[in-house]
Design a protein around this ligand. Sequence first.
Ligand code: ZN
Ligand code: ZN
Length: 354
Amino acid sequence: MRWCSSSVLHLLRCVRSRSCTRRGRNRLPLWIREIWAYMRLLVQSLYFNSLTDSDVVFDSVFEPVFWTVDYVTRWFGTVFVCLVVILTSSIVVIAYVVLLPLVLNTYSPAWIAWHVCYGHWNLIMIAFHYYKATKTSPGCPPAEKSDTPFVSVCKKCIIPKPARTHHCGICNRCILKMDHHCPWLNNCVGHFNHRYFFSFCLFMTLGCVYCSISGRNLFLDAYNALETNYQTPAPPYTFKDKMINKSIIYMWVLTSTVGVALGALTIWHAVLISRGETSIERHINIKETKRLAKRGRVYRNPFNYGRLNNWKIFFGVEKRSHWVTRVLLPSGHTPHGDGLTWDILPVKKDLIPV
Ligand SMILES: [Zn+2]
Ligand SMILES: [Zn+2]
């Protein structure tokens, strides 16, 4: 208390001496300037924080914008999920009603077997991983007191945050190894559903590319048929023919567009997984690299166990057969670790002997 009062006195003295030096330039009486300086000091003391930097100021100024975006994303979450289900179902219906009869009537038995087997495997993988990604909780740190090591305290939840944990403003809770909040899943992508999210993106991209490539000739035929429809006299297409052509065009345009966009996202996530970092950690690691580079030091991501090991940990591959049973087939196994504690570098060269 004594220290505080002496500090305030010292500050006031400084304020007074500064006021005196400006006396020549400023015509206001001294006592007004002293009150003004005191008021300024009082106001500044209300928001002064040694940790305040441009990021904190930016966050505070844009807080209403973030809040609105979070609120809208939370509200539209169910709409986005319905959209994914409806659009995917529409493609499956077109594949069964329009494409399958064409394939069965025109293709050789080997091609029929390939399309039927691949198409169904891909569809099962998409449906399984989407369902699991939306329904699996990404994982939260314990709210009650525990021995779990933590790196900071969440100022929103007021609970300790273990390494790699971040607060999601949309879910309004802390998420273990948070990657991002996905509106298309209406769920956060974190420790326990990261694999389901990535596999869904991967198999959805493969499915779209498959539909786009195998439906390319049908699309060109349908497009030309639709073009000739505007000629006079119009060709004698029945209503059923027109609907089939329009469905093929719809399917090709949708799958090609989604294939390109989701493909780019999948490649980006594959790069991040290879580096052993999440989308959030990407920003943190770039910042840390720059910060340490200024001091002439090199930053190393402590969660990067080497490219192959990162993939093995991500997919939960513990023996060779797991590449098939846990990656290429639907698998509900839990990920490596509990998401609360992490092995920090240096680690053995080959973490999992596969
Ligand atoms: Zn939190
Ligand atoms: Zn979230």
